[in-house]
Design a protein around this ligand. Structure first.
Ligand code: XBP
Length: 267
């Protein structure tokens, strides 16, 4: 039985990587007089490295104009990353990062059903605050039973640390939670913590291999194109009821199909 929905942030709630972090990184490079820029494609490759600061340090190894001294690299990465986060927050405030389709409705489903929710991300707390304040208002935290960010879980996904800490905070067993993720590293992190995942495709992971999810689909705003197929013929989006159904199918396939109407909430 699911007792909480665990939300990833970047790529899942909004297309923050392409339209937010990448743009902000390039503006930070420019502002600080750093010679290099990242293309959309290059940033896609760099997403294999979790964490903005870690990504910068990784990329510096192949940048001819980057400092060669390790301490100088760390200092420069810190400066760029701090400015990047300020610029990211400014981008969010312009309204350029809308919630992805179906997210607001699913948040509402959970609120109405009394389903607890948590934010489970390895991005910085300031970035999460900027995004959710813009979309859910100044009191957005009250909608979540727990908020776990890079500050609480320094081991980045695919390390399971952030999921294990979320389960601890919620006092739940892994089987009592369901994660929503977009990236293979996020799916791996949740699975390594024993948490099932519904994976929603984002721009950068549209074709990535995601084998370990209970369901994979293009958007929470569409009931089409999901594997396994969404049973929500009556709705155009993925509902909490559908998430519960997928989770039950995973653990008790025969019984779930027979008893779903009796057990599932009405929406
Ligand atoms: C997403 C990330 C982050 C963001 C940038 O993590 O990997 O690094 O790209 O954010 P998650 P920071 O999938 O856990 O949301 O610059 O704050 O690291």
């Amino acid at each position: 039985m699911i007792r909480a929905i665990l939300w990833d942030v970047d790529g899942t709630l909004a297309e923050t990587e392409r339209d937010g972090h990448l743009v902000a990184f390039n503006r930070a490079f420019e502002t600080l007089g750093v010679a290099w820029r990242w293309s959309e494609a290059r940033y896609g490759e760099l997403l294999a490295v979790a964490g903005g600061r870690e990504r910068l340090l990784h990329d510096m190894r192949s940048q001819a104009s980057a400092p060669t001294d390790g301490a100088l690299q760390v200092a420069l990465a810190g400066r760029i990353h701090r400015l990047k986060n300020q610029l990211y927050a400014a981008i969010v405030r312009t309204g350029a990062l809308p919630l992805r389709a179906g997210v607001a409705e699913l948040l509402q489903d959970c609120a109405e059903a009394g389903m607890r929710m948590a934010i489970v991300t390895t991005t910085s707390a300031a970035n999460v605050d900027a995004l959710l304040r813009a979309h859910l208002g100044a009191h957005w935290r009250s909608r979540f039973a727990a908020v776990l960010c890079a500050e609480q879980a320094p081991q980045k996904k695919p390390d399971p640390q952030v999921y294990l800490r979320a389960l601890q905070a919620l006092r739940l067993q892994p089987r009592q939670a369901l994660a929503i993720e977009d990236a293979p590293a996020g799916v791996a992190a949740a699975r390594a913590a024993g948490v099932d995942v519904v994976a929603v495709r984002s721009f950068y992971f549209a074709n990535a291999e995601i084998a370990a999810a209970v369901a994979v689909g293009p958007s929470l705003g569409s009931a089409r194109g999901w594997r396994p197929a969404s049973e929500a013929a009556d709705t155009q989006r993925i509902t909490l009821r559908q998430l519960i159904q997928w989770h039950r199918l995973q653990h008790a396939p025969a019984r779930a199909a027979a008893s779903s109407d009796r057990i599932l909430p009405s929406r």
